[in-house]
Ligand binder design. Structure first.
Ligand code: DGI
Ligand code: FE
Ligand code: FE
Ligand code: FE
Length: 187
């Protein structure tokens, strides 16, 4: 599978704004991989594909979660989480991506997970801090990302959890577990 046709196929899944975000995540993931000794090729591929299914209809994602037996827990939590798991399934089904490290980085880019790999961390953090992102605290995260992937992610998950709680939303347990695990391992 060549990268150019994968780029074109990915672009076709989403509106222009989401594609710009994707290019920002690719650029940032490559930078983080260089900075932290990650695999640049896998970082680029996982970043390119991380939001593959983001713009798909909710019904389409729900059908895939049910029919492909993706974590049934997902259906109980926020729909915002679905595209990550559906995307990992879709790039394998539609484009024959079989590298589990890349598929997991896509699958867990929204929630994080316990024992995140370096690739998971790079993609998840790049998604938070790519140049097009603008939310309260993003510059602080960009600064933290200069010296620690883990410190930056602990802070990023902390603010996501706080924002969700503030809005009275459910919190996907894996995000809490991911943050706890990073604190135990890196603080
Ligand atoms: O797809 P993107 O918008 O680029 O970014 P993303 O995949 O990180 O999705 C982030 C959204 O998911 C963000 O608005 C917060 C929301 N979300 C909802 N429930 C949860 C959650 N994020 C996490 N980490 N944990 C949740 O429980
Ligand atoms: Fe996403
Ligand atoms: Fe994210
Ligand atoms: Fe994204």
């Amino acid at each position: 599978m060549n990268l150019e046709s994968l780029r074109e196929a990915t672009r076709q899944q989403m509106p222009e704004k989401r594609w710009k975000h994707t290019l920002g995540v690719v650029e940032t993931a490559i930078k983080l991989a260089k900075r932290y000794g990650g695999d640049e090729r896998k970082s680029e591929l996982a970043a390119l594909l991380h939001d593959y299914s983001k713009a798909w209809a909710i019904d389409r994602m729900e059908t895939i979660i049910r029919e492909q037996n993706l974590s049934p827990d997902l259906l109980v939590f926020d729909k915002e989480l679905w595209h990550a798991h559906v995307g990992a399934w879709a790039v394998e089904a539609e484009h024959g991506i079989t590298d589990d490290e890349v598929l997991d980085a896509i699958r867990y880019h929204t929630s994080g997970r316990v024992n995140m790999t370096k690739l998971d961390k790079i993609v998840c953090l790049a998604d938070y801090i790519e140049p097009g992102r603008d939310f309260p605290g993003v510059n602080k995260l960009r600064e933290l990302a200069e010296f620690s992937l883990e410190e930056a992610l602990i802070s990023a998950f902390g603010s996501t959890i706080a924002v969700l709680a503030e809005r009275g939303k459910r919190i996907f347990p894996l995000t809490v577990l991911a943050r706890n695990d990073l604190i135990v391992q890196f603080k």
